[in-house]
Design a protein around this ligand. Structure first.
Ligand code: NDP
Ligand code: MG
Length: 388
C-alpha cells in the first residue's frame, strides 16, 4: 500500500492525478487532498477517495466544506497554515500541483516529509530550484518532474548517465498566437489567450503558454532539474505537441519522447517511476506521426524565453523575481489593466530593477519570499508610471 497527498487536487493537474490514481486505486491510500475555492469539487473528491485530511485554502469556505463532509471520518481544515501543516504529514508520494508561488513553500515542506515529490508546480524550481534540490538531497527525496517536457527528458534519460548529456531540446506548441503578428497580439484578451489549441490546462498556465512565459519557465526548470547551462537548452516550436523533448548525447545520438498531448502520461510516469504501469488513455497512431512540423522560436514576437535566459545568467534570486513579475503582470492582464505584450515589458523592468538592487542574493526561503513580495509591489507601482 502506498500513501499519497495531492496539493491542488481541484485543479487541472490534480483532477488528472486522481483519474490516474483511480486506475491503480487498489494499492494507493490517499492521505491529503487540498483545494482553494472549489469547495463543491473538493467535497466530491473527498467523498469518492476518502482521504484522512481535506484542506481548503479559502477559510470562508470551511463551514460549507464541513457540512458537505459531515458524518465522514475525515479531518476537515481550512487556511494557509493548515495546508502547510498537511504538507508535514509523512507519505510515500506527493503531487505538488497548486498553481503559482503559493505552491513553493508547500513543495519545500513536502520535500522533507515524502519519499517522492512529483512536481507540477514549476514555480518551485524557477523561484528556488537550488534550495528545493538541496532539501530533497538532504532528505533523500526523489524529485520527479510532472511537466510534460521534463518528464520527457527524464524518460529519455532512463538508464543513461547524466554526464553524457550534451543538450536538450524542449518543444513548444506555439499556442494560439503562433502565427499572429505583434500588432495582432497587442489587442488580444484573456479568453483568446487562454484558448490553447492542443492542451487543456488551468487558465494561468494556458495564458503563459500563449505568451511563451510557460516555455520561459520551463527553460529555467530544465536548468534546475538537470544541471544544464543556458546554451545546453534549446526551444523548438512544434505545433502538434507530440514530441515533448529531445535529448542529445555526447556520441551524437539523440532520443526523443513522444506521446499524446495530455498530462496523464507524465503523471502516471511520476507515480510509477522508475517502472511503468498500464494507463487507459488515447494512443497515438502511426498516422498521427505522418506530418510533424518544427520551427524556430521567434524571439521578437515572443521575448519571454530570452528574458528567462537573462534571469539564468543573472543568478541569485532572479528566478523568484522573474516569476513574481510574471505572476503580477498576468494578474494585471486578467484585470484588463495592461495589454498582452505589456507583460514582457514589466518582467524586463523587474529584472532591471533587481540588477540594481542591493538585496541579499543568498537563496533562503525568507529571501525568496522577500524577492517575491517586493517584485510584485514594484510591478504594481510601474502601472502608475508609464508602462502600459
Ligand atoms: P489550476 O488552476 O487548474 O489548479 C490550481 C490548483 O491550485 C487548484 O486546486 C486550486 O484550487 C489551487 N490553488 C490556487 N491557488 C491556491 C492557493 N493560493 N493556495 C492553495 N491552493 C491554491 O492549475 P493547473 O492544474 O493547470 O496547474 C497547476 C500547476 O501545475 C501549475 O504550477 C502549472 O504551471 C503546472 N502545470 C500544469 C500543467 C497542466 O497541464 N495543467 C502542465 C504542466 C505544469 P481551486 O481550483 O479549488 O481554487
Ligand atoms: Mg510543459
Amino acid at each position: 500500500m502506498r500513501s499519497v497527498s495531492i496539493f491542488g487536487a481541484t485543479g487541472s493537474i490534480g483532477q488528472t492525478t486522481l483519474d490516474v490514481i483511480s486506475q491503480q486505486a487498489d494499492d494507493i491510500e490517499i492521505k491529503v487532498l487540498t483545494g482553494n475555492g472549489n469547495v463543491a469539487l473538493l467535497a466530491k473528491q473527498a467523498q469518492q477517495f476518502k482521504p484522512k485530511t481535506v484542506v481548503i485554502a479559502d477559510e470562508s469556505k470551511h463551514a460549507q466544506l464541513q457540512q458537505l463532509l459531515s458524518g465522514l471520518d475525515i479531518s476537515v481544515q481550512a487556511g494557509r497554515d493548515a495546508i502547510l501543516q498537511a504538507a508535514r504529514i509523512d507519505v510515500d508520494w506527493v503531487m505538488s500541483a497548486v498553481v503559482g508561488f503559493a505552491g513553493f513553500e508547500i513543495s519545500l515542506i513536502a520535500a522533507q516529509h515524502c519519499k517522492t515529490l512529483a512536481l507540477a508546480n514549476k514555480e518551485s524550481l524557477v523561484c528556488g530550484g537550488p534550495l528545493l534540490r538541496k532539501t530533497c538531497d538532504e532528505h533523500a527525496t526523489n524529485l520527479l518532474p510532472v511537466d510534460s517536457e521534463h518528464s520527457a527528458i527524464l524518460q529519455c534519460l532512463n538508464g543513461e548517465n547524466l554526464n553524457t548529456v550534451e543538450r536538450v531540446i524542449i518543444t513548444a506548441s506555439g499556442g494560439p498566437f503562433r502565427k499572429y503578428t505583434l500588432k495582432e497580439m497587442r489587442d488580444v484578451d484573456a479568453s483568446q489567450a487562454a484558448a490553447h489549441p492542443n492542451w487543456s490546462m488551468g487558465q494561468r498556465i494556458s495564458i503563459d503558454s500563449a505568451s511563451m512565459f510557460n516555455k520561459a519557465m520551463e527553460v529555467i526548470e530544465a536548468k534546475e532539474l538537470f544541471d544544464l547551462s543556458n546554451d545546453q537548452i534549446e526551444v523548438l516550436v512544434h505545433p502538434q505537441s507530440i514530441v515533448h523533448s529531445i535529448v542529445g548525447f555526447n556520441d551524437g545520438n539523440m532520443i526523443a519522447q513522444l506521446g499524446p498531448a495530455n498530462m496523464a502520461g507524465a503523471i502516471g510516469y511520476a507515480l510509477n517511476w522508475p517502472e511503468r504501469a498500464v494507463l487507459d488513455q488515447p494512443r497515438l497512431s502511426a498516422k498521427d506521426l505522418v506530418s510533424l512540423d518544427f520551427s524556430e522560436l521567434d524571439d521578437k514576437r515572443f521575448p519571454a524565453v530570452s528574458l528567462a535566459r537573462r534571469a539564468i545568467d543573472m543568478g541569485g534570486l532572479s528566478g523568484a523575481v522573474f516569476n513574481a513579475a510574471k505572476e503580477q503582470a498576468l494578474d494585471l492582464f486578467l484585470a484588463q489593466r495592461i495589454g498582452f505584450l505589456d507583460m514582457a515589458t514589466l518582467v524586463e523592468r523587474a529584472l532591471d530593477h533587481y540588477m540594481l538592487s542591493d538585496w541579499s542574493r543568498e537563496m533562503s526561503l525568507a529571501n525568496i519570499q522577500f524577492a517575491d513580495e517586493t517584485t510584485r509591489e514594484f510591478v504594481q507601482n510601474c502601472l502608475t508610471e508609464d508602462v502600459a
